[in-house]
Design a protein around this ligand. Structure first.
Ligand code: SAH
Length: 356
């Protein structure tokens, strides 16, 4: 049975399905989900992420955390967590660069990889084989409460299932996935009060769609409390904005947009990250300003690093390298669409490249 038929069957038996339930099935169904059955990255995959574009991305994030660790007194044990590590490329680049600059940082790190897909876990194990003894995996984010916590999350929060609500006068109706003449189709549930904490009434008018990722706040709250109590920092990079209004659900297959209901389990489903919702989940630590990825990478010295790597490249590698640099930083490419925000202890300085 295909995932589409399985979902249609569930709807036929139990009624229309919430969008977050649909997304969770599409992305993580144990045998037919998107992340559980394939490696979606790279030119042959469905999309390309920053660490797969250039080693410079992971290197600079690793150096950023290593410097933050040193500024906080170089604690001799800490958790280095990554949420949704993909192929493990970012962590490998981060550990290599940080290890070259500050070997004690890597020595002190207990690496915790948060990955719900066994297929992606296996892929990460291969990429990070050189660091085998310091790696641990978990499907959910349960960081040790008694160690400083340093976190990287690149394109993780955009994969969290969302709910969508449509405003109708003073009421809200939830978007649901139902069946219409045998096909999956969007519909609206009964009128209900909005379930989230946001003051949406003031910002919206009739017909507006708002989104809410139920899993976001609990994950941020865990980072927040451990970083405030034990020290550390968190770098959260994603596409989205301070404020996300409207329908941002998108499905990508073969580097092209497709209908989110067309290919359950075969297309990547994401939504923009609402950094304001993220900020609202931070209570005990400080949150930096939301900064465009391009600005952040330039502040960390990506151009100098790019020039150093360029020396000795042949013409073909050099043109790919120049294109990769541009892709990561240029405002018309990923430089502005992707944003970064950092969590850090209130008494500490923000991570390099970010402002209070
Ligand atoms: N950070 C990587 C990959 C981003 S894709 C990169 O930049 O290349 C999203 C990753 O998060 C995948 O590894 C996916 O399997 C994982 N993931 C998605 N939803 C998850 C969830 N709810 N819990 C844990 N891991 C999840």
């Amino acid at each position: 049975m295909s995932l589409r038929d399985h979902i249609a069957d569930l709807i036929a038996r139990e009624g229309p399905m919430r969008l977050d339930a649909y997304m969770a099935l599409c992305l993580m169904h144990p045998t037919m989900g998107y992340y559980t059955t394939r490696d979606p990255f790279g030119a042959e995959g469905d999309f390309t992420t920053a660490p797969e574009i250039s080693q410079m991305f992971g290197e600079l994030l690793g150096l950023c955390l290593a410097q933050t660790w040193q500024a906080q007194g170089a604690p001799e044990r800490f958790t280095l967590a990554e949420l949704g590590p993909g192929r493990g490329t970012l962590m490998a680049d981060a550990l290599r660069a940080a290890g070259a600059a500050l070997p004690a940082f890597v020595e002190a790190a207990e690496v915790l990889l948060i990955e719900a897909s066994p297929a992606m876990q296996a892929r990460q194990k291969e990429t990070l084989a050189a660091h085998e003894t310091r790696l641990r995996w978990s499907a959910t984010f349960e960081p040790p409460a008694d160690l400083p916590l340093f976190v990287i999350a690149n394109e993780f929060f955009d994969a969290l299932p969302i709910r969508q609500f449509v405003r109708q006068g003073a009421h809200w109706r939830e978007r649901q996935v139902g069946l219409k003449e045998g096909r999956l189709s969007f519909g609206l549930g009964p009128a209900a009060p909005q379930p989230a904490l946001r003051q949406w009434e003031a910002e919206t008018s009739d017909g507006d769609v708002v989104e809410y990722a139920p899993a976001l706040a609990p994950i941020v709250a865990k980072m927040d409390s451990v970083i405030a109590a034990q020290g550390g920092a968190s770098l959260i990079i994603d596409y989205g904005d301070w404020h996300s209004l409207g329908d941002t659900l998108q499905a990508l297959q073969d580097h092209a947009h497709v209908d989110p209901l067309d290919a359950p389990g075969a297309a990547d489903l994401t939504a923009h990250v609402d950094f304001e919702a993220l900020a609202q989940a931070v209570e005990h630590s400080a949150l930096t300003r939301v900064t465009p990825q391009g600005v952040f990478l330039e502040r960390l010295g990506i151009t100098a690093r790019a020039e150093r790597l360029a020396a000795g490249m042949d013409a073909a590698s050099l043109s790919a390298h120049v294109a990769a640099h541009r892709r990561l930083t240029h405002p018309e490419e990923m430089g502005n669409l992707f944003k970064i925000a950092g969590l850090y202890p209130k008494a500490a300085a923000p991570p390099p490249g970010l402002e209070p």
